[in-house]
Unconditional design. Structure first.
Length: 138
């Protein structure tokens, strides 16, 4: 696969670790909670291509503007308006590679806007949660 992945609101890192296990060349994990970061660092220790960055996703994305990712995974906390904010900032900073895909987990009440910068490829339903797979419109 050789993809470059970005795992936003990484938590324990399950999504990014799965990407690495399926052949991604590297994954940048972004998490802000110090307690969760310690756990994330333990989970990714020794994994080739794993890089952990501490910080609030809303601030970190601007600093990544010189990088592109083939796969961006996001699992923001529900009910805080972070789904659309994250999509808007990913588009603003040009972080998704031309043929890249963004997968964002969200509640059914927090569906991402699929007009403007994004088009919906597919949506999966898992109980009360949804996962939207999006491509950037260029």
């Amino acid at each position: 696969m050789g993809a470059r992945a970005l795992d936003l609101f990484a938590g324990a890192g399950a999504l990014g670790i799965e990407a690495l296990s399926r052949g991604a060349a590297g994954c940048l994990f972004v998490e802000r909670s110090p307690a969760v970061l310690r756990f994330l660092r333990r989970n990714t220790a020794g994994l080739a291509g794993a890089e952990v960055m501490a910080g609030d996703v809303r601030r970190v994305l601007a600093g990544l503007a010189d990088r592109e990712f083939d796969l961006i995974l996001a699992d923001p906390p529900y009910g805080r308006g972070l789904v659309q904010t994250t999509l808007d900032r990913v588009a603003k900073h040009g972080l998704l590679a031309e043929d890249g895909i963004m997968a964002v987990e969200h509640s059914r009440d927090e569906r991402p806007a699929v007009t403007g910068d994004w088009s919906l490829i597919r949506e999966g339903r898992y109980g009360e949660s949804r996962v939207s797979f999006l491509k950037e419109q260029r």
